[in-house]
Design a protein around this ligand. Structure first.
Ligand code: IPE
Ligand code: IPE
Ligand code: MG
Length: 229
């Protein structure tokens, strides 16, 4: 594997609301534009050679948004899985969802479960959607599980208790939409991840913009605490 290509790319897809506001459109239009961008961009990311792509679509804290906005997002999730599962399967891409699915409407949970099931066994890569995901909640749940089972953990066995079990840590984490924070995304997993922030709002974040992030990634020296070259 080419070291300059991240094996695992994670993206905080932020800025949909502001994209819509700039155009005097409702926030829902921004989420739709974001979803369309997500479909094309995830394909591009696998074309560039990544094996894992994790996209932050809804945080636990996002459940504090107005019901109307959440309903709109649920509809987009339904549509996404309905329209894309077969295509992903054909491309050999496995769909996996991390997050507290219990917070979602029953039918959305069911559609997600089916999408995961139908794409199992794909060999090209895994597209992970973080939906109802919160890193602190994930860590607390893992700690409680270890305590319940009376287990002492080490880094490896603890990682296996997280919803990202079996996934490599992200090599490159991109956040669109100007903010420079993690907003409760992959806190444990991104201990040594290269961070890349861009002002581009997610619906405007093009394949070319992604390639620019890749170019910068290729120049980074990942030392993991060791002495540099
Ligand atoms: C990101 O876009 C998508 C979700 C959090 C669901 P936002 O909705 O946060 O967009 P801004 O940050 O308000 O522009
Ligand atoms: C982070 O974006 C969550 C997702 C992109 C799904 P937010 O818009 O929720 O983050 P904050 O509130 O600006 O930190
Ligand atoms: Mg935001």
């Amino acid at each position: 594997m080419d070291e300059r290509i991240p094996e695992h790319v994670a993206i905080i897809m932020d800025g949909n609301g502001r994209w819509a506001k700039k155009r005097l459109l409702p926030r829902s239009a921004g989420h739709r534009a974001g979803m369309n961008r997500m479909v094309a961009l995830s394909e591009h990311i696998f074309d560039r050679g990544a094996k894992w792509c994790t996209l932050y679509a809804l945080s636990t804290e996002n459940f504090n948004r107005p019901e109307e906005e959440l309903e709109g997002l649920y509809s987009l999730f339904r549509e996404y899985f309905r329209k894309n599962t077969v295509a992903l399967k054909k491309k050999g891409i496995v769909l996996r969802v991390v997050g507290n699915l219990g917070l979602l409407p029953e039918d959305v949970r069911e559609i997600i479960r089916k999408g995961e099931e139908e794409t199992q066994g794909g060999l090209r890569g895994t597209l992970v959607l973080a939906i109802g995901y919160g890193s602190r909640q994930e860590i607390v749940a893992a700690v409680n599980r270890a305590v319940r089972e009376g287990k002492e953990v080490n880094e490896e066995s603890f990682s296996a208790l997280l919803s990202t079990e079996g996934m490599p840590d992200p090599d490159l984490l991109i956040r669109t939409g100007k903010e420079q924070r993690l907003s409760n995304f992959l806190l444990w997993q991104s201990a040594y991840t290269e961070l890349y922030f861009t002002e581009k709002l997610f619906p405007d974040f093009s394949d070319k913009d992604f390639d620019k992030a890749l170019e910068e990634y290729a120049l980074r020296e990942r030392r993991f605490g060791k002495v540099g070259k």
